[in-house]
Ligand binder design. Structure first.
Ligand SMILES: [Cu+2]
Length: 156
């Protein structure tokens, strides 16, 4: 019964006398213990509240990241921008349909060097489509209008 301490600014000067009083007064000692428990409980609830709010903030942040990734890296899609293919190398399963988005103003093509696939000319801002070969392998491709533009399709 003598170990109870009440840490409160307005009572800090009375701690010693309180301990003495508690020892001789069970009712006041019990009141002191409840007060300590109440303070501990309030601290615990506050800590939990902080943890929960941090958790939900992290969740909403990661949701935003996922959305951004989906909008810029659509599956089975080649984006043409600034006279380049992105991704420059893409791996797909045999026979996969691949969308080609031309985000330049200039027209472009996606044409296999060995001619196994070809979008034909895609006007600026338009889209085309190719179907990946059914035979696994590595297929370099170019834009026939700008042969310095090169990409690679890997089928496996
Ligand atoms: Cu081109």
């Amino acid at each position: 019964m003598s170990g109870v301490r009440v840490h409160s600014p307005d009572r800090s000067d009375q701690v010693g006398s309180l301990e003495t009083a508690f020892a001789g007064n069970p009712a006041r000692a019990a009141a002191g213990r409840w007060r300590v428990l109440a303070i501990l409980l309030a601290t615990l609830i506050a800590a939990l509240g902080v943890a929960v709010s941090h958790g939900s903030a992290a969740a909403s942040t990661s949701t935003g990241d996922d959305t951004a990734v989906i909008s810029t890296n659509a599956p089975n899609t080649v984006v043409i921008k600034n006279f380049g293919f992105g991704p420059a190398t893409m791996t797909v399963a045999p026979g996969t349909k691949i969308t080609v988005l031309n985000q330049d103003r200039a027209p472009h093509t996606v044409t296999a060097v060995n001619k196994t696939f070809d979008t034909g000319t895609i006007a600026g801002g338009q889209r085309g489509e190719i179907t990946a070969p059914t035979t696994p392998g590595t297929y370099p491709y170019i834009c026939t209008l700008h042969p310095s533009m090169t990409g690679t399709l890997i089928v496996k």
